[in-house]
Design a protein around this ligand. Structure first.
Ligand code: SAM
Length: 279
């Protein structure tokens, strides 16, 4: 391999180019070759590309075509930015690319990005983990052409009743609803569907498991959307009257002592907890 040739897998974020990390931007802007997932990554992520950089959309390419491009450029000593949607670690199909780079002896690194899941939580103005409501988030999908491993079918996971974020499943929203209702969720469970978060045509639909499917059909959403399920997506979750005092984290509570702060009134405090070190 030529000197300094390298591939950087880059989390391109959900669409809004301002959600690229500074590191991602720096590497994209200095890359000799940019191969970006043009189905879900906004072309403006390449706006700062250096003069003469080769810019290639990957949506019509096969795995072999993409890796051949990356390997030959890296072998010529070039820097390749492989820009994926969201964060590469979630349904990013990066492992198969990495295997081929390893086999070819090409150096690579991964720059994380903002997953569409996190951008969706931001536009919905909520938190996936809410004390006493849900402390667990499952990122998953409905079984499709890719079979789910044992124990990971949606109806198995639905038994947990926690926050669920479904990728790659919107096309079969009716099936999503019936699988979830076979578990711990019912018609009243809050659901949000976020279409193309961060793009100019972003759409947010909120409802419940009982009414989300017809709402999605009416909106004509058939792809590029997340389905977010659980009490964390109840529009009332931010209303102080609904939450009372119970559903707040101990972390900033004035009567709670932890590693970095003593309770305002120590007598009222519980035993010392080291929650802050986990924050
Ligand atoms: C191949 S997966 C890639 C996920 C990506 N790695 C991430 O972290 O967001 C593609 C799926 O992610 C979701 N997705 C990706 N970008 C999205 C966006 N801007 N808005 C809503 N959903 C998005 C959709 O469910 C889409 O079908």
């Amino acid at each position: 391999m030529g000197d300094n040739g390298k591939v950087c897998f880059i989390g391109g974020g959900p669409g809004d180019p301002e959600l690229l990390t500074l590191k991602a931007k720096r590497i994209i802007d200095s890359a000799d070759v940019i191969i970006y997932a043009d189905s879900l990554v906004h072309p403006s992520v390449c706006d700062g590309a250096k003069e003469g950089a080769q810019i290639i959309g990957s949506k019509t390419l096969t795995l072999d075509e993409i890796t051949d491009l990356m390997i030959s450029a890296a072998c010529e000593g070039k820097l390749v930015a492989r820009v994926q949607s969201g964060d590469p670690s979630i349904y990013g199909a990066v492992l198969e690319q990495m295997r081929l780079l390893e086999a070819a002896g090409v150096e690579y690194e991964v720059i994380p990005g903002v997953s569409a899941a996190f951008a969706a939580a931001a536009v919905l103005k909520t938190e996936f983990t809410v004390p006493e409501v849900s402390q667990t988030v499952i990122f998953t999908r409905l079984e499709g052409r890719v079979a789910m491993p044992s124990g990971e079918k949606l109806r198995d996971l639905a038994g947990h009743g926690c926050t669920l974020v479904l990728f790659l499943s919107i096309t079969r929203i009716n099936k999503v609803v019936s699988e979830l209702k076979a578990g711990a969720y019912d018609d009243d469970t809050p659901v949000a569907v976020v279409y193309r978060v961060g793009w100019h045509d972003e759409m947010i639909i909120t409802g419940t498991l009982g009414d989300i499917a017809p709402k999605v059909k009416r909106a004509g959403i058939t792809l590029q959307a997340l389905v977010l399920v659980g009490a964390a997506f109840d529009p009332d979750i931010r209303r102080i009257e609904e939450a009372g005092t119970a559903a707040s984290s101990h972390l900033y509570s004035s009567d709670y002592t932890h590693l970095y702060r003593r309770a305002v009134d120590f007598a009222k405090s519980h035993a010392t907890h080291q929650v802050a070190s986990d924050a």
